[in-house]
Design a protein around this ligand. Sequence first.
Ligand code: KG4
Ligand code: ZN
Length: 340
Amino acid sequence: MCKNINILAIESSCDETAAAVVRNGREVLSNIISSQIDIHKIYGGGVPEIASRKHIQKINQVTDEAMQRAGLSFNDLDAVAVTYGPGLVGALLVGVAYAKALSYSTNLPLVGVHHIEGHISANYIENKNLEPPFLCLVVSGGHTHLVIVKDYGEFEILGRTRDDAAGEAFDKVARAIGLGYPGGPKIEKISHNGNSEAITFPEAKIQDAPYDFSFSGVKSSVLNYLNGAKMKNQTINEADVAASFQHSVFSVLTKKAISAAKEYNIDKLAIAGGVASNSVLRTTIESACQKENIKFYYPSPIFCTDNAAMIGVAAYYEFLKGVRHGLDLNAVPNLKLGER
Ligand code: KG4
Ligand code: ZN
């Protein structure tokens, strides 16, 4: 019988302090997340300085809890993994320094993980038969990428956003409507009471880059609509604005993902990142996939937004490839996907 590989993973790239233990890349033994949303929402968005301070306060407790829930001791582990980029530098440094200290004191190998590789890898947790190659639409607060996952840890980026990430656009539009932070879940919630065809917001097309995205146009268009209505003293139906904005963003994401799958002849499409937890995005892409005979994969919402289980999954495949980082590992805030 093969020996189990148990990895303790740490994630602190943004505003969740998270630790998880993952066995053999696909079995989550524990997944602890301490969210800072309640503090950041007072300021209407994430405050990097506060994020770092909260991480340093929580990281020990979160890691202890992850180990306890997994029922393991450090002797049962095979590696310590940590997100080392991209993300907020101060926030990343907390996780990196903590993981390095653990690796040093326990003699366990250290594996640095790319945050987006983690998001993509979240799909492996509940889809035990999913293996590369497949196409993945990554939609988070910081990134919007259309990627071919050629192999574990090997990526070809077909397109990316030219300006705002999809989640960022949700957060900014939510703030303009007065819904608060984080915007994505709030827009999803009120959209259920709105008409997605009430207002037509534009879908950006980018010349010569069919798989690139742009969301600043639709965001500005929502802001103009809101300002125009205020100036004319018209009442604004927030649910209609939210539903129409959401429809415009999801329509462009779906069209581009499906057309890339067809062009590159890939019959598996996965989604990843915080926005992938949106149920309307899932049903929209799912029905488009059904029409084209494409298999559709998505993680449960808890594995879509930031968590450490996804980092443990990505770390397992990096570990199998022999990737090890030294105690000179640093945070890399603009780390490129596929870079090591
Ligand atoms: O992946 P994530 O947790 O963090 C980053 O790596 O950025 O993504 C957070 C983003 C935020 O912009 C948030 O508003 C968005 O994901 N989000 C959603 C939903 N839940 C979170 N967007 C749309 N609908 C949702 N249900
Ligand atoms: Zn993320």
